[in-house]
Design a protein around this ligand. Structure first.
Ligand SMILES: *Cc1c(COP(=O)(O)O)cnc(C)c1O
Length: 415
């Protein structure tokens, strides 16, 4: 078989187009290298990464400490399965328990698996601890959510693309508008007896960095406790310093009953996810009832521990908080002086701007193409919204340079 080397970006895009399923629509940029806040394409052009692989690369591309942890552990022991103990898992679980303040962790690999795990724990808890009649458990979710791509998860999606023609769907979910305490209260008062959980993103990243009112999470959490309902925080995108705190729920002083983490838990080196809960919840899962071949493997444990130590030691939450304020201030100035942008919103370094055009227009896409030509990579979400989420290892000087690029690109943009 011939191996293919030294192809141009055009040729590489053509290969993906011909041989890969068309389940994504990438910007026309082919990346070959990453370091910190930068990535390089095949032709050697350098870019600022303002997506960070959907916030998986909070620690920056190819962080040398994460790479070292990965390589060292890969040469030692990579996978045992959970049929046997391994010498990394216990230490990792203790570390996670102390780092996030929960009794126990259940390790998985991808974000969607983490969400599935949380749903299973929540339902089982509903039957065995809350006393819901068998088969009757409900979980409340929010409109415009994004929790992953499994059949059960897309069953409660409101996005026709995510959901269409993938049925039959998993029942047992009740959807309410995001950020509506009234709607949550209404469902809990009407059918709270059968509700096991409330699954929520503290900020809806995929929906366009939909940021709830201050206090929404706290009020929702309090209502859940009142009705003996588990508050499940999906912090796969918002967690691990992205929003300027370790967890976005920290802004409201809320500790979820079940916490789901993924993405930046590994700093982008490897798929690692985790579900955390206290004993009285986690104990409903017994041997044989849930698992994953790769979940909790030594490689994942080594990588995740190093990735989290970096978050603390390099003060990434503090940096995201500070740079986020500068970013929104500069973008607000753009909103105030340029007709093409109507709003900036977000927390820490998870932000979005809204482009003054319809969601089915190509304007936001065309702006992202122009941004890439000017050396900055971002991607539209929901048509006319552009999410900006750079690695958290960015410096103030770099951020200001990036704001210059964004401002100049948008001010000079011609539809
Ligand atoms: C990315 C994401 C997921 C799914 O994670 P995968 O690793 O892609 O399965 C779930 N919830 C949220 C909030 C996410 O951002």
């Amino acid at each position: 078989m011939q191996t293919i080397t030294n192809l141009s970006s055009q040729e590489l895009m053509q290969l993906e187009d011909q041989y890969g399923a068309h389940n994504y629509h990438p910007l026309p940029v082919v990346l070959a290298k990453g370091e910190g806040v930068h990535v390089w394409d095949v032709e050697g052009k350098k870019y600022y990464d303002f997506l960070s692989a959907y916030s998986a690369v909070n620690q920056g591309h190819c962080h040398p400490r994460i790479t070292k942890a990965l390589v060292d552990q890969a040469g030692q022991l990579a996978l045992t399965s959970r049929a046997f103990y391994n010498d990394k898992l216990g230490a990792y679980e203790k570390f996670m328990s102390e780092y996030f303040g929960f009794d126990k962790i259940l390790p998985m690999n991808t974000g969607a698996e983490g969400v599935e795990t949380a749903i299973k724990i929540c339902r089982k808890w509903g039957y065995e601890k809350k006393g819901i009649a068998n088969g009757e458990a409900k979980i409340i979710v929010c409109g415009e959510n994004f929790h992953g791509r499994t059949v059960t998860i897309i069953s409660f999606s409101s996005d026709p693309d995510a959901k269409g023609n993938f049925g039959p769907y998993t029942p047992g979910f009740v959807s309410i508008p995001y950020n509506s305490i009234e709607a949550l209260q209404k469902v809990l008062e009407a059918e709270g007896k059968n509700v096991a959980g409330f699954l929520v993103e503290p900020i809806q990243g995929e929906a366009g960095v939909n940021t709830p009112a201050d206090g929404f999470l706290k009020k929702a959490y309090d209502l859940c406790q009142e009705h003996k309902v588990l508050f499940i925080g999906d912090e796969i995108q918002t967690g691990i310093a992205r929003t300027g705190k370790l967890l976005a729920c920290d802004y409201d002083g809320v500790k979820p009953n079940i916490l789901i983490l993924g993405k930046a838990l590994s700093g982008g080196a490897y798929p690692v996810s985790a579900v955390l809960a206290d004993n009285h919840i986690m104990e409903v899962i017994k041997p044989g009832q849930h698992g994953s071949t790769y979940g909790g493997n030594p490689l994942a444990c080594a990588v995740a521990m190093e990735a989290l130590k970096i978050v603390t030691e390099e003060k990434l939450a503090e940096n995201a908080f500070e740079l986020g304020n500068i970013f929104r201030e500069r973008m607000q100035n753009l909103v105030d002086t340029c007709d093409l942008v109507t709003l900036v919103r977000g927390k820490g370094l998870l932000n979005a701007i809204i482009i003054n055009d319809t969601p089915d227009s190509s304007t936001a896409w065309d702006i992202c193409v122009a941004l890439s030509e000017n050396g900055l990579l971002a991607k539209p979400t929901h048509g006319n919204i552009i999410r900006f989420a750079p690695p958290l290892v960015m410096t103030k000087e770099q951020l200001n340079e990036c704001c210059d690029i964004i401002e100049n690109t948008i001010r000079n943009f011609k539809k």
